[in-house]
Design a binder for this molecule. Structure first.
Ligand code: GZL
Length: 335
């Protein structure tokens, strides 16, 4: 009897140890805890300094990053809105450093004035990824990568399409609505457009002023252009759709037909611009993709996994000319 009891106890111990082992196996799979993150349970903390909410493009970018990183088991997103002020971005970066975040993402409102605070991030061994605008620094190691568009190419494409639309044998007086003064997106879009006009002297920029990438300011500046040059204006080149939409309002209030009496080219590709194009009120939309959340998430993961990431992670973009193209694209536009 005693012998039987001993062998039963031995069997029990054996069964229990197997089930314990199996239980361990499940937990080491990591799935058991319910955290499906890929960083062995610890979330990657990302501090994102956003410029503000000046345009439809900007709010679409914020939404993409909050949806991708803010709702993910892999990341903890610390978000700061600078209300268009560089000093607020600098303060936010200082806070991220004090909080010892893993990575800093920065959409820099202007190109200059970043050396000192980015040197502090570098000393704290916190990598910086630039989003959607570039910076001018002597020490390139102050940021790891730039995720964004080729603004010079965007400006060149806007000019090429405008010349095609008006007719290369024709003349055109163009007014330019520039983006935020000192922003790389504005500087480079201006450069790109001017590059093409160099070879087309019959296409002239007769007035150029900043509308700060906003619809309200774009309308205000266009009203001034119409007051001074009215019927002498053949076309508008706006560095973003929001300023173009403001210009459309100003042109209509002035009594002319936007898209017909005055041709319009702008950059971004927000839904409101496609709606205006589908009504024939604007003519050329050069896409600039704001949905950078997935690219930022991948770049941060690669960085934390010790992988090399490209110095410039470009976004895929296209361009749309005319009512039909806008009508066809409108249903699938995501921002
Ligand atoms: C472009 C981005 C620009 C957009 C504007 O990457 O920096 O800023 O074109 C936005 O709409 O305000």
């Amino acid at each position: 009897m005693l012998k039987q009891m001993k062998s039963l106890a031995g069997l029990l111990v054996l069964v229990m140890s197997f089930s314990l082992l199996a239980g361990c196996n499940n937990s080491t799979d990591g799935k058991a805890e319910g955290s499906s993150n890929t960083n062995k349970g610890k979330k990657i903390v990302v501090g994102f300094s956003q410029i503000g909410a000046e345009s439809g493009w900007r709010t679409a970018e914020t939404k993409s990053i909050k949806e991708t990183l803010g709702n993910s088991p892999d990341f903890e997103l610390k978000f700061s809105d600078a209300q268009q002020k560089q000093e607020n971005q600098i303060k936010a970066i200082r806070n991220f450093i004090a909080q010892k975040v893993d990575v800093i993402a920065l959409a820099p409102v202007v190109e200059t004035g970043w050396e000192s605070v980015l040197k502090k991030a570098k000393d704290a061994k916190i990598p910086v990824i630039l989003l959607d605008r570039g910076i001018k620094v002597k020490d390139d190691s102050l940021y790891t990568s730039f995720i964004g568009s080729d603004f010079i190419l965007e400006g060149e494409n806007a000019a090429k399409e405008l010349i095609k639309l008006v007719g290369s044998g024709k003349k055109a007086n163009i007014v330019e609505l520039q983006g935020t003064v000192g922003a790389s997106a504005a500087t480079d879009r201006k450069t790109g457009f001017a590059n093409v006009l160099k070879d087309n002297p019959d296409f002239k920029i007769i007035k150029s002023q900043s509308g700060d990438f906003t619809r309200a300011k774009g309308k205000e500046v266009m009203e001034a252009f119409l007051k001074s040059d009215g019927k002498n204006i053949d076309a508008v080149y706006a560095h973003n759709d929001d300023m173009a939409l403001g210009a459309i309002q100003a042109i209509e209030e002035y009594g002319l037909k936007p898209g017909e009496d005055i041709k319009i080219a702008s950059i971004d590709g927000v839904k409101d611009a496609f709606e205006a194009a589908a009504q024939g009120k604007t003519n050329i939309i050069v896409e600039c993709n704001p949905l950078l959340g997935p690219q930022l998430a991948q770049a941060v993961k690669d960085l934390k996994a010790g992988k090399e990431i490209p110095r410039w992670i470009k976004t895929d973009e296209s361009l749309f000319v005319g009512k039909d193209a806008a009508e066809q694209a409108l249903p699938s536009r995501k921002y």
